[in-house]
Design a protein around this ligand. Sequence first.
Ligand code: GLC
Length: 751
Amino acid sequence: MNSIKRLSTALFALLMILAGSCSRNQAGKNDVEGRVEKLLAQMTLDEKIGQMSQLEVGMVGTEENLKKAVRDGRCGSLLNCWGVERVNELQRVAVKESRLGIPLIIGRDVIHGYRTIFPIPLGMAASWDPEIVKKAFRIAATEASSQGIKWAFAPMIDITWDPRWGRVAEGCGEDPYLASALAKAMVEGFQGDSLTDPTSIAACAKHYCGYGFPEGGRDYNTTYITEPVLRNVVLKPFKAAKDAGALSFMSAFNDLDGVPASGNEFTLKQILRKEWKFDGLVVSDWGSVPEMVVHGYATDAKDAASKAINAGVDIEMATTTYFDNIKSLLEEKKITQEEIDNSVRNILRVKFKLGLFDNPFVNPEAQKSILEPASLEHARKVARESIVLLKNVKNTLPLSTGISSVAVIGPLADSPRDQLGTWCFDGNAENSVTPLKALREVLGDKKVIFVAGLTYSRDKKTDQFSKAVAAAKKSDAVIFFGGEEWILTGEGQCRGEINLPGAQSELIAELVKTGKPVILVIMAGRPLAIGNEIDETGAVLYAWHGGTMAGPAIADLLFGKESPSGKLPITFVKGSGQIPFYYYRNNTGRPGTQQSWTPIDSIPVENPQTSLGYKSFQLDYGFTPLLPFGYGLSYTTFAYSDLSLSALSMKTDGSIVVKAKVANTGNMDGDEIVQLYIRDRVGSITRPIKELKGFKRIHIKKGESADVEFTLKGEDLAFFNGKITATEPGKFDVWVSTNSDEGLHGEFVIE
Ligand code: GLC
């Protein structure tokens, strides 16, 4: 057989294989759709309403009541139910005793780990490492599914510009590009390589949408978001989650420009279903359907149900407006049977895709996956990579393990529950390794002098200060563990001021007076306004609420096992008065400049001037934040050079390769997160002064350098201008940088 014939035979075989796999995929898809239609056709209206109702098990009363509800097809999913025996028994009732045997799906807030708790998502975002975040969510899915949970109400991917908002802890920060990369990783981590794998659980992109923009940073508050900001910022991570295959979305509490998110046909139907072709299910947030009455958008619960159903909310969480009203709404033609059937299709499709019909029960053996050493080691790695070095003068850090003694002070040095952070329903404080415990393991008890000084983060009592100061004086270095109790962040836990709570600042000042090197380790759920504390101390590590293994991770960095590598996923402001402050702001017609700013204390008394600058700044805070987005130091130093662009212009459908050299000029190996920013100088609407369009975490040994390369496509520069989404011709700036405030600068043109 000659070579041509051999090649054509091979090609034909390859085509058959590809066709086969496509047809298998299509067959798989058709199989699911076929099974959905076949089952739907058998269902009564009551059974359809049951699938659209999610019961919160605590609201049902006895277990027998719960089983009866399941047996009668009253509910298709349960919230806050877990445990192999309980779930398997309820599933048995559903599958064996209900008329059609439709399995339940059990949902739970698995936000940053199940039993092995990882840093809060804002902390994980500071790692800028989608791969380790994906693995963290894979571990969370493995542990949660072993308890019967097949649906996580996560990832929470609400962009926010407001650190006063308690749920800033739960998201990925201010930037849509970084949040989109992490949203993809989180969904893939939860859902695994095969949805029918027993360890795969459905992800739930939440809270759709705009929830992160509450007025005043007060949770559940009104949001006003222009459509350009909605499409160019808020929706980006949700689109990434959808593209990653997220099986569900959760509709939010907030009123979005006058229309509550859980009754918003524009976002839920026009964008999510028509434009994005999403075919998963939408679940309301807890109570967000009847709350439309409180919003003043619905006249009563029945009207609220009608608005939610017509907007496309498939399942009502925890409340019963669907169960109570769907029948009469159908009779009154306020909703259609088609709407009901479509919602039930979406729900059944998710259950079929997850393999629940074929494999509804949990294997008790799977519980062995909980708190595996490898999982704890990964939690330690994620916590380490999440920590951001904000300051390190005179090489205060790293410490030597040969140090003779350290004074460990502060309310978070030994607070096993606080370090787990918000939203960790199934994490156990007794599994936490605290910083104090970790330091004692590294140095031995004798070298560690522990005086809390304050018993909790809000503590204002100073009676332990003298003891803490005495400990500091006896030591070679002071490590102060401060920040926030976990309860000061999370849902409904917003703050007006974002300083260090209690008398922490006063205690830090007393410790600084001893003249000993003072190292701050801040464990918090939001960016705090700690400018003064940074100024007066030698080194600052921002460790967030770092999870089960926060202690060992912090100790690893304190003693230089690794160099800190995290970068801020959100701007740090000087005080609440600067909020909102985000790096991708527009330029305004009068941007603040150093020359134009007159600091408040330098204004002459009885000032004869008529103006102090006529620019966009604040007399007290100026026009720059405390620390910029993307900021983070290392124990080593990195030098950027040799920026090059493969071309100085491209078509809107073209691409340019941007290269730079990064050298490790210090005396320690380290990771550097290299960032790529652009600026569209002129647009059909005003454009941000910077936008993140790429990042790479690279490891560079001391004395060595690395070439970093980004491909920038014309389509990456497209934006919605209020009418259309397009890439517009014009001049662009490009930076390759270590943070959003500086960098190697180049220019190019889109023709
Ligand atoms: C809460 C939260 C939501 C969570 C749900 C179930 O109110 O807003 O994020 O998933 O209720 O606990």
